[in-house]
Write a protein that binds this ligand. Structure first.
Ligand SMILES: C[S@@+](CC[C@H](N)C(=O)[O-])C[C@H]1O[C@@H](n2cnc3c(N)ncnc32)[C@H](O)[C@@H]1O
Length: 289
């Protein structure tokens, strides 16, 4: 039954892509090369984005899975740090169901959470003016019933992350940090210290809590990114320059675009592997002023 549904989705997706390619050809001359960044952004992304899905999850998972495909990697991991009620994790499952057959890559999904809401903030860096103990609770049993394949990893991230790393997950392709806190984010970033066989060379990241009236560069997830970068020479979390201009126009000024980052593993053996995702003869090579 499940296989039948997946086959149907794959078939429908292939038809959409065919139609869309024809449309692009008719309107704009040369087609973006299949699986190139431009093709992903302008052809595939608008087609696979479900109306009730998170564009940042859809976009990030799509990018990560496509890089895995280009590098010949058949199985990857997608992680949500901070699950609460579970709507994000459920959305991730729906997205993965559509993306897997398009790219021929399997995606393991993990959700990290205490299972009982936010722990107490640990100092000003955790933004105690915004967040407090027990906010964002979880009904564990109710959530488990909603989940089909995602694995819930319950407990403080600082207590669960080492076992997760030891379990040798498939290379991480996408991660969402929705933990709110600086301290918890630093614990989550331990994944980026992992061995290279548990990481793609570039990992798409989404940071939910980096904007707001009292957010700043010196607290919360923004500070965690800065501290990680300051303490790592060959692994860096960076914004993606020019991203708004590389997306379909209706996404240009959406907030999610400002919250998407790329973690670069410069010391990964596959970091410099030519992936053909940025064709030199494509319709749009670089963003020009
Ligand atoms: C904003 S909520 C997540 C919302 C969820 N991603 C969604 O989209 O519905 C933040 C979650 O982070 C979890 N959290 C914060 N600090 C944590 C820590 N140190 N270890 C585990 N979970 C933590 C809390 O339990 C809380 O459920």
């Amino acid at each position: 039954m499940v296989k039948k549904i997946v086959r149907k989705v794959a078939h429908a997706t292939r038809n959409w892509l065919q139609e869309e390619n024809n449309g692009v050809a008719a309107q704009k001359g040369p087609l973006p090369k299949e699986y190139s960044y431009q093709w992903l952004n302008h052809v595939l992304f608008p087609k696979i984005l479900g109306s009730d899905w998170r564009p940042h999850y859809t976009w990030g998972v799509m990018q990560g899975v496509n890089l895995a495909r280009a590098l010949g990697i058949k199985r990857v991991s997608a992680i949500e740090f901070g699950v609460a009620g579970g709507n994000g994790l459920v959305a991730l499952e729906e997205i993965v169901k559509v993306i897997e057959p398009v790219f021929g890559v399997e995606v393991d999904i993990y959700g990290f959470d205490t299972g009982m809401g936010l722990p107490a903030p640990d100092g000003y860096r955790d933004l105690p003016n915004v967040y407090g103990e027990s906010q964002c609770g979880m009904d564990i049993e109710k959530l488990r019933k909603r989940l089909q394949k995602a694995q819930l990893i319950l407990g403080l991230v600082e207590n669960t992350i080492d076992d997760f790393i030891r379990s040798k997950p498939a290379p991480i392709a996408f991660m969402s940090d929705d933990l709110d806190y600086y301290t918890a984010s630093m614990d989550a970033f331990k994944i980026f210290d992992g061995a290279q066989d548990m990481l793609l060379p570039r990992i798409w990241c989404y940071f939910d809590d980096i904007m707001g009236p009292t957010k700043c560069d010196f607290t919360g997830e923004r500070l965690a990114i800065a501290d990680f970068n300051a303490s790592h020479e060959m692994r860096k979390i960076s914004s993606i320059p020019g991203l708004p201009w590389a997306l379909p126009k209706n996404h240009f000024d959406q907030v999610w675009v400002k919250k998407v980052f790329l973690a670069h593993m410069f010391d990964h053996d596959k970091y410099g592997e030519f992936d053909e995702l940025t064709p030199m003869d494509g319709p749009e090579l670089e963003l020009k002023g």
